[in-house]
Design a protein around this ligand. Sequence first.
Ligand code: TPP
Length: 396
Amino acid sequence: MNMDRTSLVPALKNIATRLRIDSVRSTSEAGSGHPTSCMSMADVTAALFFAEMRFDPKDPKNPESDRFVLSKGHAAPILYSAWAEAGAFDRAELMKLREIGSDLEGHPTPRLPFVDVATGSLGQGICAAIGTALNARRIKSDYRTYVLLGDGESAEGSVWEAADVAALDKLDNLCGITDVNALGQSRPTMWEHDMGQFERRWKAFGWHAIVIDGHDMAQILDAFAEAKATKGQPTMILARTIKGKGVSFVEGKNGWHGKPFKKGEELDRAIAELEKQFVPAEGDSGADLAARIPKPASKPRGVDTPKPVAAPAYKKGDLVATREAFGTALAKLGEADLRVVALDADVKNSTFSDRFEAIAPDRFFQNFIAEQVMVGAAMGLAARARSPSRPRSRAS
Ligand SMILES: Cc1ncc(C[n+]2csc(CCOP(=O)(O)OP(=O)(O)O)c2C)c(N)n1
């Protein structure tokens, strides 16, 4: 179902309101979690899932699907809510957040079919997103990778290692969004709402940077369109937002990080305020929305079956340095199995992984002396390199 902007914007706003309500309710039910961190990113999430990404909620591992990495993993409740809204699983499951026995943990894990990599240790998600973006090149797919970070998270050194490598690799299939809500865990963030600081940094690292009001749906949609049209460099959308957006007594207030609303008067007040924010809109029921999500093209892809190769021909008594044996074995594995990739941090001539590069240059990824992004990217590549697996019917 296609919708023009005038119908789309109110429908997306209502989704954002539902995502906020779910995040508030599920964290209150759990008695823990980060509702205010979810509320700042609700508008961006609604636009991303229901007007930007191509994916099939029932087949999240489809090799041609766009990828989403929630780098600020503590905002997991809104990720779960978005997938439930899209029809991946029953919305009632959301109320099992953080229960023993539910896969809807406090931070996302790949036990969930729609999560590629575990996030929550801040600064790692963007590195993994480099891996999923590189994988698109490896398998010659036009899928895009989206990664959402916190502004507090952006102080992590690994974020800037990732920024460097993505620019060097000209990953124009990668789009970051920074949720600049100006608050961290215990205090305001380093640059608070000084958007120019973020913009200058990302531009200096070679990214296309777009500053927007992260609660203005039209600006969000325009920014995603601009990112998609940007060639030769990755894009970072810097969304100025308000932490706790939607509930007046927490909006922009320090001291509400990682605090659910207390059941009873506090929760009821929050929900009542949010429910007032629904606007008249057509076609925003769950089924309408899921039907509107563009599905990825299905391309026939063979399974890369490993082929037998001869083991390295060592003779008893040969003296071979461990690192050289490693390089030789790695090259053999690469020859046998096309899914094997290798990443290096400027030590390929010590580890002999240059032997792998010689036989499979298109599966060898150089990260220079940036080991954090190298390890994270390896995680992203590993998550996508597996053969397509069957979709699971429920989340927990
Ligand atoms: C590596 C790491 N350090 C510290 C933390 C603890 N922590 C969790 S959330 C958070 C604040 C994050 O702030 P920000 O990135 O701005 O996110 P938001 O305000 O949207 O919650 C901190 C310090 C963590 N999860 N990972």
